[in-house]
Design a protein around this ligand. Structure first.
Ligand SMILES: C[S@@+](CC[C@H](N)C(=O)[O-])C[C@H]1O[C@@H](n2cnc3c(N)ncnc32)[C@H](O)[C@@H]1O
Length: 172
């Protein structure tokens, strides 16, 4: 019996820690800042937004409902995938959005016209190669709190720590 309890507790700890190990732990962006990120990216009906590490799906939902975009979330945590898919369903937006269960380092993001991130400094740094390789010139990347050390943002909201980059401009 004790062994079963230890195994279950260990599995729960691994489950909670796994996302942090492969990218970043869960912490939702506030609704107000989600709006500021999407405004800064000038999201509109022609956009396909990818939220890498989509958590509870709030950025995906906001992009579709209030900006008319199509949106894809990629999330490693199966519980949050399930939860955000339920939110998509109850918001009636499954035709314009989806949540993929997976590791964003391994998923195709080529169709994105805008990417949102709330991850970590090291994870952003690791993502650079993929972003440059897969995203089309002109694709915007909005990162909350964390910058890309040697890329120059084209716009910064210092107060809220939101950074906007554009693939193919300055040194990106
Ligand atoms: C700080 S939360 C941000 C959630 C959401 N984007 C938001 O702004 O509210 C980071 C999310 O990224 C997920 N994550 C971290 N690394 C990942 C990876 N390599 N692939 C997919 N999801 C990942 C975590 O599980 C977590 O839900």
């Amino acid at each position: 019996m004790d062994a079963i309890v230890i195994i279950v507790i260990s599995l729960i700890i691994i489950w909670i820690m796994w996302s942090a190990v492969i990218g970043a732990g869960f912490e939702p962006t506030s609704k107000n800042l989600v709006t500021k990120m999407l405004e800064m990216a000038e999201i509109g009906p022609n956009d396909v937004l990818y939220d890498l590490g989509s958590g509870d799906g709030r950025i995906v939902i906001e992009a579709v409902k209030n900006y008319g975009a199509s949106a894809v979330g990629i999330e490693a945590d199966p519980i949050r995938v399930l939860w955000s898919r339920i939110f998509l369903f109850f918001n009636g937006i499954q035709d314009k959005s989806k949540i993929k269960w997976g590791n964003f380092f391994k998923e195709d993001i080529i169709e994105a016209t805008a990417v949102t991130l709330f991850l970590g400094g090291k994870t952003n740094q690791k993502l650079k190669e993929k972003l440059v390789k897969e995203l089309k010139p002109g694709t915007v990347v909005v990162s909350y709190i964390w910058t890309f050390y040697d890329w120059t943002p084209i716009e910064v909201n210092y107060r809220d720590r939101i950074y906007l980059y554009k693939i193919g401009t300055s040194n990106v």
